[in-house]
Design a protein around this ligand. Structure first.
Ligand code: SAM
Length: 310
């Protein structure tokens, strides 16, 4: 019930789950007609997003309680910004092996990956026992057959395990302060179980985020990594990426052209030691273009990327 309320006036973003359905079926099922501008959304109308494929915006007060498309997993309620990490990863060129989602529950991004990469194997990590159940449920309802859920701490994985030898892409969306969340429908995106003291919260989160990002970059064949948070704080965003890339010289931030260039708000150059890095980062200011507050960095391994795309 809580997850279905939308107290802030954002449009209601709905991702068509292409594993089980398609845009035509969803439009018909919802009984809505297209409009050209998101500002023209009123009951009975739908806007097709221009950044993320198969993403629709509906008027903010629409209810999905008892909606068949929603209950059958044919549509997934997911903020536009939260669709960016999988969309960015998917926009990078080169062949794809296996994929890791390092911090997966409740599974919005895992199921998005599963839809975008039906032929890849997806390892979805979640360390929290309660949240792993939500993840299992979401993956089951989505109809994804290519997801292997790993109930464990992602930082405890042996990166040299044969099992992960074919991993080329990682989506990393770790616990964060959730300072960009302005709509209760997205409350599950934040890990409220984190035992951090309020006073040291940002610093602790930032240390944890750097550690988990470094772990992701250490898989021997990984080529593309997206790092994301639903935080607006630089300490959890540009600063984490900047600090990690200073230590990981084989890795770079991708150029703006390959990181959803149509999205206007990028990383803040002043928060990066090399201002050009900011082009490969996306920022979403809460409510500015109809999304929650969000951050994505698009990272690639210099040598593996050059080899894979030459
Ligand atoms: N990506 C998810 C989605 O789009 O639905 C939201 C992820 S939420 C921000 C972060 C999740 O990571 C939480 O469920 C948390 O329990 C989990 N987590 C935090 N640290 C972890 C770790 N070291 N290993 C695995 N999971 C972790």
């Amino acid at each position: 019930e809580l997850a279905l309320k939308n107290p802030v006036n954002l449009p209601r973003w709905v991702r068509v789950n292409t594993i089980l359905s398609n845009k035509e079926e969803v439009i018909k099922g919802l009984g809505v007609e297209p409009v050209d501008s998101i500002d023209a959304l009123v009951p009975g109308k739908v806007y097709f997003d221009d950044c993320v494929e198969n993403l629709l915006a509906l008027e903010s007060n629409i209810s999905f309680v008892g909606n068949e498309l929603y209950e059958k997993g044919k549509i997934i309620i997911q903020d536009k910004a939260s669709c960016f990490p999988a969309a960015v990863l998917h926009g990078m060129p080169g062949p794809v092996g296996d994929i890791i989602d390092g911090c997966a529950a409740p599974g919005n991004k895992t199921t998005h990956l599963a839809a975008l990469y039906p032929n890849a194997k997806i390892f979805a990590f979640e360390r929290d026992a309660y949240r792993v159940k939500t993840l299992q449920k979401m993956v089951r309802i989505s109809g994804a057959k290519n997801v292997e859920i790993q109930h464990m701490d992602f930082t405890h994985t042996d990166v040299h395990d044969e099992k992960y030898a074919n991993v080329t892409h990682i989506l990393l969306d770790p616990s964060c302060s959730g300072s960009g969340i302005v709509s209760r429908q997205d409350f599950l995106l934040v890990n409220e179980q984190d035992p951090v003291d309020e006073g040291d919260r940002k610093e602790n989160l930032s240390k944890f985020q750097s550690t988990i990002l470094k772990h992701a970059l250490s898989f021997p064949n990984v080529r593309n990594v997206t790092y994301s948070t639903c935080s607006v704080h630089r300490e959890e965003n540009e600063q984490v990426v900047d600090e990690v890339l200073k230590q990981e010289k084989d890795w770079s931030c991708a150029p703006l052209e390959s990181t959803l260039p149509q999205w206007p708000d990028r990383g803040v150059p002043e928060y990066c030691s090399d201002p050009s890095m900011a082009g490969g980062m996306i920022r979403c200011e809460p409510g500015r273009y109809g999304t929650i507050g969000f951050f994505v960095a698009n990272l690639f391994h210099n040598k593996r990327y050059a080899e894979a795309t030459s």
